[in-house]
Write a protein that binds this ligand. Structure first.
Ligand code: SF4
Length: 370
């Protein structure tokens, strides 16, 4: 059984609350140099359209930090500046009006000249964030763990990730800063799950979940679904990012699919289809693709089942709002388990569309009457 969600503190990125049992926020990250302002804005709009609530963008140098002044006034979504190595970029981002920061304290180090320590650098960032009321995500990664923990554990173990994150949290807390969100990502799914589980026992700050560098296509979907999905199933996690070698909209789409599979997101069509077998009597692959196309932009939360034959078809049809069940050269359309139409194979999709529009228009009427 899905575990009860852990109620964490709430931080706000722009006007989006994260934690405290609020809706799990799906986010992604801009995938081009930040100084390419027009492309950044295009991707931000694409992300908004796909349903992202927050976006992150990299600020690797001063050119990127300067570009924030042009991006922030036009962004359709609250933005998180992702900073590594140089604390001064965080100060520039705050000055430009960024909505939140992600810093990786593991790679903000004492200056080699010895004139400023890493704690002093963090203190400056925290002071500026506090003045502007913006949250900070402490983003510890297995790939960029502070050398101290690598020395202690010899390898970026999940305990090392958690210890590093907690130490950084303490620095912030000692300065009276509690507007914190934490991530302890790893590209190893098992380490990632263990790290977040351990961390969740130790803190009540909102957690940002993700499997780093999970890859592209199938392996990326699987790793992210297992990593993020297992934690969400256990009631852990307040915001998610699916990291894929793919577009921002793809990342967001997969993020929502994970939430949908666990019942955390109930908008859009849930499509059930059978894997097909030797009993198949219609071209189900083609039919599923056509049905998918028809329902992809529908926001109404309905279930549609597309089944290849009468063995499991009628059973699934009983649970679905609409079901298409293949027969010999024909398709039978059900509404809530009740047969409403029989169509020849080449007319199945039209018959399905007719029933779909009927269901949607009735649902809209009900919604309007409420
Ligand atoms: S619904 Fe029919 S065709 Fe599809 S997998 Fe089950 S038995 Fe096979």
């Amino acid at each position: 059984m899905l575990k009860k969600r852990k109620i964490t503190r709430v931080v706000k990125i722009g006007d989006v609350p994260i934690g405290g049992g609020n809706e799990i926020v799906v986010q992604s990250m801009v995938k081009c140099p930040t100084e390419n302002v027009q492309e950044v804005l295009r991707q931000l709009n694409e992300a908004k359209q796909a349903g992202a609530k927050v976006m992150r963008l990299a600020v690797p140098d001063k050119t990127a930090a300067f570009a924030l002044k042009d991006i922030i006034p036009q962004t359709p979504l609250p933005l998180v500046a992702d900073i590594h190595f140089d604390y001064r970029l965080a100060l520039m981002a705050i000055d430009a009006g960024i909505h939140a920061l992600r810093i990786n304290p593991g790679n903000i180090l004492d200056s080699p000249e010895g004139n400023i320590s890493r704690v002093e650098k963090l203190e400056q960032v925290i002071k500026a964030a506090k003045a502007k009321g913006i949250p900070i995500r402490i983003g510890v990664n297995s790939g960029s763990l502070h050398p101290k923990y690598l020395e202690k554990y010899g390898y970026p173990t999940y305990e090392a990730l958690v210890e590093s994150a907690i130490d950084e949290v303490k620095i912030l807390e000692n300065m009276g800063f509690f507007d914190i969100k934490i991530s302890v990502k790893s590209s190893n799914v098992e380490d990632m799950i263990s790290a977040y589980m351990l961390l969740s026992e130790k803190v009540d700050y909102p957690l940002h979940l993700g499997v780093t560098e999970s890859g592209s296509g199938l392996s990326g979907y699987v790793k992210s679904s297992i990593g993020i999905g297992t934690l969400l199933y256990n009631g852990i996690g307040d915001t998610i990012r699916v990291s894929l070698t793919s577009s921002v909209s793809e990342e967001i789409k997969v993020g929502y699919e994970i939430l949908k599979a666990l019942g955390y997101y109930k908008r859009g069509v849930e499509l059930i289809s059978c894997p097909t077998c030797g009993r198949i009597e219609v071209n189900l692959f083609d039919l599923v693709e056509k049905v998918k196309k028809e329902v992809e932009n529908i926001e109404e939360n309905i279930t549609v089942a597309v089944m290849g034959c009468v063995v499991n078809g009628p059973g699934e049809a009983r649970k679905a709002d609409i079901a298409v069940v293949g027969g010999k050269g024909k398709g039978i359309i059900y509404r809530k388990g009740k047969m409403v139409k029989v169509a020849k194979e080449h007319e199945i999709i039209d018959a399905f569309k007719e029933v779909l529009y009927q269901v949607l228009s009735e649902k809209n009427t009900v919604l309007q009457q409420k």
